[in-house]
Design a protein around this ligand. Sequence first.
Ligand code: PMP
Length: 360
Amino acid sequence: MSRAYNFCAGPATLPESVLQQARDEMLDWRGTGMSVMEMSHRSDEFVEIAETAENDLRELAGISDDYAVLFMQGGASSQFSTIPLNLLGNKTSADYVNTGIWSKKAIAEASRYGTVNVAASSEADGFTTIPDQSRWETSADAAYLHYTPNETIGGLEFDFVPDTGSVPLVADLSSTMLSRPLDVSKFGLIYAGAQKNIGPSGLVVVIIRKDLLGKARKETPTMMNYQVIADNDSMYNTPATYSWYLAGLVFKWLKARGGVQAMGEINLRKAKKLYDFIDDNDFYANPIDPRFRSWMNVPFTLGNDALNGDFLKGADARGLLNLKGHRSVGGMRASIYNAMPEAGVDALIAYMAEFAKERG
Ligand code: PMP
């Protein structure tokens, strides 16, 4: 059976060579007589797997020793509460930028722990654009500013890193991590659920500037205390070992392909092709301000919603899977993360052209 092109937003397609390596190592990891899944997380073998993954991620993303890298559980969603619990410190409020569904979820959760000041929002514009930073109403005593660089559902992506001066910048990079170069030194904290560009679900990567550790509120659950997780090399309890191992294989794959610089060039090319096609074809539409269109998640609608079912059926038959848009917005969405080959985007465009010609 040949592999399909899977456009799922997450869990998302993984590089085929990574899956092959995982298959080859499944029953007997390098002569240990067991799979990585069955290893003690405290064994020399697993500790080496874990450390190698962290070092490769540090190299890929350019993460200096000023930052701790944590491999946590609970998905990106658990970070929505972990962040305020750890970073509010003795302050009572934080700034949030509202650019879509994931920002809103982060805001709702943070509101349980302190005052959220929504410094900017594009809700009135249907989340189709990013408010210019000159119009943001930040508060002077905010503990941090949180934003979502890429809204996975809306397909809206920042093309700039906000300047927050001395206020720590916190970013939910779940759906754009490692997709292009990023200056980590501008951030106080970055987090990303793994199941898009990093590996399987079950893992959330947190990159935190070390001076922000040690500020957790007293009532913070131990498992959510960044200081505890950092002090224990992310092994305070049993980590998601297999996901961590697979993330390590993905990092090796990324390095072999030229890292985030090369990936960024490929991703830009893939996204541009698809948006250009949508813009040039009257049957398809994407509502996002062209400057802020996501490189990773491309939502689009058909000229006639009644054809959505037929479009998806035809796509499935061609091995173009999971193109149905999020239930909250409808239409279609093609997620084209690092592991989606350019040939997958070409195949999608060819099908879209054919469908529009026949049915449009
Ligand atoms: N933030 C963003 C930007 C996401 O795309 C997602 C998942 N789609 C989440 C948070 C939630 O991630 P998780 O399911 O790992 O909690």
